[in-house]
Design a protein around this ligand. Structure first.
Ligand SMILES: [Zn+2]
Length: 151
């Protein structure tokens, strides 16, 4: 049970919760960044802080659509971890790393579609598994989606 005075990390319960612990260095959370890096096909560098992750994502593909895509995924990961933390505290619902990765992929894909209504991933094509930006394609190789040209 998490009491009002309990400030330990909800995921591992071992350490006092801090932003960098919660989002990055918690043993329970750190595999997510590893898996996100592998998913995106970028080099994994074990981060020390959430800003360091942001900066490393921000530094890749500067000024390009790839950079925007990486930032979008960064936001999706942070949002997913925060949502999962709150679910744990307020609803008592726990998730696995696999669950969180599914949430990251789904939410980032939805945000990408929402931000790019004119992209080749238009409404009709969401449903089409052969579209360059179906959820399936996004899960397999998101960089292809955000680097594909708009019509
Ligand atoms: Zn922890």
């Amino acid at each position: 049970m998490v009491g009002a005075t309990d400030i330990s990390c909800v995921f591992c319960g071992a350490v006092e919760e801090s932003v960098d612990h919660l989002f990055v260095s918690c043993d329970w959370i750190s595999p997510i960044w590893y898996r996100v890096s592998r998913w995106l096909g970028i080099e994994y560098v074990p981060p020390n802080s959430i800003m360091q992750v942001f900066e490393s994502f921000f530094g890749l593909g500067v000024g390009s659509r790839v950079q925007l895509g990486l930032i979008l995924v960064w936001h999706a990961v942070v949002w997913t971890i925060w949502t999962s933390r709150n679910d744990m505290i307020f609803v008592g619902k726990s998730s696995t790393v696999d669950d969180l990765m599914d949430m990251v992929k789904l939410s980032s894909w939805k945000w990408f579609i929402g931000k790019n209504p004119d992209s080749p991933c238009s409404l009709y094509e969401w449903e089409n598994p052969d579209s360059p930006c179906s959820l399936y394609e996004w899960e397999v190789q998101p960089i292809l989606c955000w680097s594909s040209k708009t019509r």
